[in-house]
Structure formats: structure tokens, C-alpha cells
Design a protein around this ligand. Structure first.
Ligand code: NAD
Length: 499
């Protein structure tokens, strides 16, 4: 592992991102940038330097009321009456603007979330743009059916937008996960009040401005940054919000289901994971360990589908541990703005402490920490990538989501043992399996309790395929046609042909 962090922000040439960050960041309500009702602000910190990078207006219940009222007005007015094709054109224009401002947006995201900029430019931003273009294409293709019922009636269905959507977004992929919610909601004709995570509100505010430039009518997209328990809670409990789409932790997800019951809001939840990446002894170990390392260390392990449990068949266990350790040591930790950096900091001091606590828990439980698991440097929330060997399935580091660059390597005997362990947590988001035996991988794929199964690969997502899980991993699916169903309701229409 090489550490190449050089704190020299003043030597960076002035960029468009600097220009954006210098301004006081306001709420976006009804097409206008406004101060919060309370006048309060909060600060966003660069996790790589611990420096304040922006000041942001802090919303509360009153701002949520204003944003929901604007969203409702626009939903009933211009957005609903606009031709669907025109809605799609606006979304396409927005995608064009995101491309034009790619460097600026990527820099904002990198500074705010501590993400290596190379990864934002290669993954987060292209995925967000792809999502937007994909759903822009859907806008004028959402249709119903003519259904045969009686000979004296014409009966058909239409799919109508659900109305005002609250989109609550986490800090690990602010742009990409934000767009997973915005693009289908808007394509379906809904209006949105978005609450970014308080740790990472900035990219949302920037792309919100670009949405207005693209021609999105005022009030269609409103953005209210602020604390989850204030702004998030107010949205979830608001009687005029029709749907909540949430990505975050299972604990908050549970509260959202309860809060949404007030007016029976539709709810979709993408929650946590403790995904197993299962390596059989006949696998291509080079490819498997390369993907297993990327599967846990990408985004410093702050990925809901991180392969945080690597399950390895006895015969190749030691070799896989050695290879994972070598991969961990080869990662370049450093300044996220340096394009050579592969591992940035974790998001916050709180998150860093929680991850380091888990490293201690793992050692106390008797697992062997083979490499990493320490804070790197004194400034910024950097943690060296950790590999735990001799992890027992029952240990906390094997059962609980750590959400950091920490992998638990667990031994298994045979197919049945692998499946039992892979399925043996409260989560069910994703799983990977590596073997040259095609019967075995198919058996695993069909029995794995997971919303996504990767065979001889790991970690891919595509907006064209459903995404989500059950139990502590969530409720419902995002992406593809599932998202169209999430943001529309079917209506049955009867027309008497004999009058
Ligand atoms: P979090 O649950 O703390 O916060 C998520 C969002 O919910 C934030 O915007 C937060 O402000 C808001 N929030 C907090 N309290 C709230 C409340 N009482 N009412 C309404 N909103 C509230 O999660 P996080 O720490 O930001 O993200 C990490 C978690 O998200 C992990 O568990 C991870 O697995 C999960 N995650 C899941 C996916 C997925 O697709 N399944 C993707 C990314 C992250």
C-alpha cells in the first residue's frame, strides 16, 4: 500500500467547482435558490482534509412545507399537462448539461464525499448520466392496455404518476443514487422533494441548478438539505407526499415505514448488505481475488453491495487470503483529487471511529487481522484496507454491516456449507460465486437469497436490471421497469358503449 497524500489545496488552480463552493449554498424551492426559514446553515467538510468546503442552508419542517406545496402545484399544473415527449427532451437536455459540466460535478463530489475523482469520472457520473438518458427514453413509452371484459364496454388501463415524491438519499453515492430516484420519478411525471444526506448535499444542489437550466419547470425538483431526523422525518410524515423512495440504513428504513403509514404512502427502501463473495477451489483465483478485492475496497468499502464476506473453500483458503492481502497492500491511498488514487478516506470521523471499533471487535472475537485496519495519517479519515482471516460465520464482523474497507475471509467445506453461510445473515442484497462448474454456479444462483447474483464477476450494476433486496436489505426494487411501476399507479377505465 502506498500513501501519497499531499495536502496542498492552495497550489491547485482555481476551478469551476471552487467557484461553486465559494457561494453560500441555498435550498432549491419552486425554482429559486432560497435561504432556510430559520436562517440556519450547516457546514460540509472534505473528509480528506477535514476542512470546511461549503456552507449550506439548513432546512426544517417549514421549508419542507414550502417545497411540498411547490411540488404539488407543479404536479397538478405544468408538469402533468406537458407532453410526455417534451418531459423526456428536458431530461435529455439535463443529461447533456451534466456531460458538459462533468469535471466540475466530479470535483464537487470528490471533495464533498472523499471519493477518488478517477472513480467518480469512470463510474458515478457516467452511471448517473446513463440513468437519466435511460429514463428520458421511457417518458413517452409508459402505456396501459386495452383489456377485454364485456362486449358492451371498452375497458382499458392507464399508468398515472403517483404524485409528489420524497427522495431521501445517502452519502455513499450521492449523485448516482440520487439520479436512480430522480430520473424515473420525473420521467413518470411525478414531482420531487429531494433530501440529500447532510454529509454530501453539494452535488445535488449543483445538478439541481443544471436541471433548471435544462428547462425543468420551477417546482418539479425541489432540494431541501438538512438533518434526517428533521427534514427527512417531515417529508416522511407529510400528508401531501404520496411516495417515499429511500436509500440508507435499515434502522432509518424501519422508521420510514412507520411514518409513511400515516397516509399510506407508497414506500420503496434500499437498505444495507453483508454480501458474500463465494470462491470455490476450482475458480480462476486470479480473477476471483482481483474482483473480491475491488468488491470490498471500492469506495473504501462504503457500498451497500460490498462483498464484505469472502467465503473460500478450504483447499484454496490460504492462497486466497495471501492474494487479498497483496491486493490490499497494492492500493494507493491518497488525495481523492489525484487521479492515481484508488482509495480515499471514509466519509466522516464518526464513520472512521465505527470502522476502527469493528476492527477491534474482530480481534477480540478471535479473528486474525492480517493487514490494515489502522488510521492512516493524522488529517483526514483514511483507513488502511483490512483483511481478517480465520473469521467464523457467527462473529459480529461476519454478520454486521461495517461499511468500510474491511473484509472477513471465511472458510467453507462444500456447496451446502457455502450456501448456508452465504444466506446466513439478516441481509439479502447481493452475492457472488466463482467456479468453473456451471451446474454448481447455477444451483448457487437459484438458491442464493439475494436480489442480484454475480457469477464469475462481482459488483456490476446497470439501470436496466432490477436492484434491491428483502429483509434488512429493503423493500421493492429500483431500476428498469420496476422503477416505472414504483412511480406510477394503474387506473382502470370503463366506458359504456351503449349510451
Ligand atoms: P442513513 O440511514 O443514516 O441516512 C440515509 C438518509 O436518510 C440521509 O439522507 C439521512 O439524512 C436520512 N435520514 C436519517 N434519519 C432520518 C429520519 N429519521 N427520517 C428520514 N430520513 C432520515 O444511512 P447512511 O449512513 O447515509 O448510508 C449508509 C446506509 O445506507 C448503509 O446501511 C448502506 O448499506 C445503505 N445503502 C444502501 C444502498 C442500496 O442500494 N441498498 C445504497 C447505498 C447505501
Amino acid at each position: 500500500m502506498s500513501v501519497a497524500y499531499d495536502l496542498a489545496p492552495d497550489r491547485r488552480p482555481e476551478t469551476a467547482a471552487d467557484n461553486f463552493l465559494r457561494k453560500q449554498q441555498q435550498l432549491l424551492i419552486d425554482g429559486r435558490r432560497v435561504a432556510s426559514s430559520s436562517g440556519r446553515t450547516f457546514r460540509s467538510i472534505n473528509p480528506a482534509t477535514e476542512e470546511v468546503i461549503a456552507t449550506i442552508a439548513e432546512g426544517d419542517e417549514r421549508d419542507v412545507d414550502l417545497a411540498v406545496a411547490a411540488a404539488r402545484r407543479t404536479f397538478e399544473g405544468p408538469w402533468r399537462s406537458m407532453r410526455a415527449a417534451e418531459r423526456g427532451q428536458i431530461l435529455l437536455k439535463w443529461a447533456e448539461l451534466l456531460k458538459q459540466h462533468a469535471d466540475e460535478i466530479a470535483e464537487i463530489e470528490s471533495l464533498d464525499a472523499g471519493k477518488p475523482i478517477a472513480a467518480v469520472l469512470r463510474q458515478d457520473l457516467p452511471a448517473a448520466i446513463d440513468t437519466l438518458i435511460y429514463y428520458a427514453g421511457w417518458a413517452d413509452k409508459i402505456s396501459g392496455d386495452v383489456v377485454s371484459t364485456r362486449s358492451d364496454a371498452l375497458t382499458y388501463t392507464v399508468r398515472e404518476p403517483v404524485g409528489v415524491v420524497a427522495a431521501i438519499v445517502p452519502w455513499n453515492f450521492p449523485l448516482m443514487i440520487g439520479m436512480w430516484k430522480l430520473a424515473p420519478a420525473l420521467a413518470c411525471g411525478c414531482t420531487v422533494v429531494m433530501k440529500p444526506a447532510e454529509l454530501t448535499s453539494l452535488s445535488a444542489l449543483r445538478i439541481g441548478q443544471l436541471a433548471l437550466e435544462a428547462g425543468l419547470p420551477p417546482g418539479v425538483l425541489n432540494i431541501v438539505p438538512g438533518p434526517g431526523r428533521v427534514v427527512g422525518d417531515a417529508l416522511v410524515n407529510h400528508p401531501d407526499v404520496d411516495k417515499v423512495t429511500f436509500t440508507g440504513s435499515p434502522g432509518v428504513g424501519r422508521g420510514i415505514m412507520k411514518g409513511a403509514a400515516g397516509n399510506f404512502k407508497r414506500v420503496s427502501l434500499e437498505l444495507g448488505g453483508k454480501s458474500a463473495n463465494v470462491i470455490f477451489d476450482d475458480a480462476n483465483l486470479d480473477a476471483a481475488t482481483k474482483a473480491a478485492a475491488a468488491g470490498i475496497f471500492f469506495n473504501a468499502g462504503q457500498v451497500c453491495s460490498a462483498g464484505s464476506r469472502v467465503l473460500v473453500q478450504e483447499k484454496v483458503y490460504d492462497e486466497v487470503v495471501d492474494r487479498l492481502v497483496a491486493r490490499a497492500k497494492s492500493l494507493r491511498i491518497g488525495d481523492p483529487l489525484d487521479r492515481a488514487t484508488s482509495l480515499g478516506p471514509v466519509i466522516s470521523e464518526k464513520q472512521m471511529r465505527s470502522i476502527l471499533d469493528y476492527v477491534e471487535v474482530g480481534q477480540k472475537e478471535g479473528a486474525s487481522l492480517v493487514t490494515g485496519g489502522e488510521r492512516v495519517g493524522k488529517q483526514g479519515y483514511f483507513i488502511s484496507p483490512a483483511v481478517f482471516a480465520n473469521v467464523k460465520h457467527e462473529m459480529r464482523i461476519s454478520q454486521e454491516e461495517i461499511f468500510g474497507p474491511v473484509v472477513s475471509v471465511i472458510k467453507f467445506k462444500d456447496e451446502a456449507d457455502a450456501l448456508q453461510k452465504a444466506n446466513g445473515t439478516a441481509y439479502s442484497l447481493a452475492a457472488g460465486v466463482w467456479s468453473r462448474d456451471m451446474g454448481r454456479v447455477q444451483r448457487f444462483a437459484s438458491r442464493a437469497r439475494a436480489g442480484t447474483v454475480w457469477i464469475n464477476t462481482y459488483g456490476y450494476t446497470d439501470v436496466r436490471l432490477p436492484w434491491g433486496g428483502e429483509r434488512d436489505s429493503g423493500l421493492g426494487r429500483e431500476h428498469g421497469t420496476a422503477a416505472i411501476d414504483n412511480f406510477t399507479e394503474p387506473k382502470a377505465v370503463w366506458m359504456n358503449l351503449n349510451v
